[in-house]
Design a protein around this ligand. Structure first.
Ligand code: UDP
Length: 240
């Protein structure tokens, strides 16, 4: 079941249900694609019709982040829960192991995908990772060719938004995969290349502030979160 949150049609599902959907796609016949829009991306989609179309055409739209869940609550159409992309990506590894599906990792700076693969294999020794490539390529056709040659069933596309969503949308008919997911900084997270905030900051729910201090250029993008919440309140007030 879909839930509209300011124009983005989210799947109103739990993590378990998302994994079951991912599993079903792996045994299907087409290249299904999954997007994980957080509030920043959803705010972008309010003003960008093309991006909204690409998000809403996805086979699975996961509410990544507390901001989206809050927005849905404000609009009186609550979502069951937050389903974070990175957690979905990690939970699906069990399924690939079970089904013998081959996973390809695309994105992030050179070396990161390989490191993430290593970390995944430490916990999932039976996982088949059939290839990796960094996200700073010029020739898209060459990348598609390599993914197909590797015989990938599942593909993680970690190029940042909206690049990764357009990539999946544009190439979904050429890619011989069954499930692909746009996952932002997931490979950095799994590889451990991006340092997490100190424990006291995480406890105070200030991880966002840590990231902002480390990368001040994120400010513009981060401001989309309060703007998204503001837009939700505005719509609710109009409706009441
Ligand atoms: N990235 C990439 N190719 C690009 C731009 C970004 O592979 O052309 C990667 C970047 O290295 C990072 C990930 O995309 O690992 C997510 O980037 P960012 O944190 O900027 O995006 P977010 O997920 O926060 O929107």
């Amino acid at each position: 079941m879909k839930t509209d949150v300011l124009g983005v049609q989210y799947d109103n599902i739990t993590m378990e249900e998302a994994i079951a959907a991912g599993r079903a796609f792996l045994t299907g016949t087409k290249a299904a694609y999954c997007v994980t829009p957080n509030a920043e991306m959803a705010y972008e989609a309010i003003h960008d019709e093309n991006f909204r179309h690409v998000l809403n055409s996805a086979d699975l739209v996961l509410p990544d982040g507390a901001g989206v869940v809050l927005g849905a609550k404000i609009l009186k159409t609550p979502l069951k829960q937050k389903v974070a992309g990175i957690e979905f990506a990690q939970n699906m590894l069990h399924i690939y192991e079970e089904l013998g599906s081959r996973l390809y990792l695309l994105g992030s700076k050179p070396g990161v995908a390989e490191l993430a693969a290593q970390k995944m294999l430490e916990k999932h020794p039976n996982l088949k990772i059939c290839g990796t490539a960094d996200g700073y390529f010029k020739d898209e056709d060459e990348v598609i060719r390599r993914i197909n040659e590797a015989g990938a069933d599942a593909l993680y596309v970690c190029l940042g938004a909206p690049k990764q969503e357009y990539f999946m949308f544009r190439h979904r008919n050429e890619l011989n995969v069954r499930l692909m997911a746009g996952l932002g900084g997931t490979l950095d997270g799994i590889a451990g290349t991006v340092k997490r905030a100190p424990k006291w900051m995480i406890k105070l729910q200030l991880e966002w502030l840590y990231r902002l201090i480390k990368e001040p250029r994120r400010l513009g993008r981060m401001m989309r979160l309060p703007k998204f919440v503001f837009a939700a309140f505005k719509k609710r007030m109009k409706g009441d």
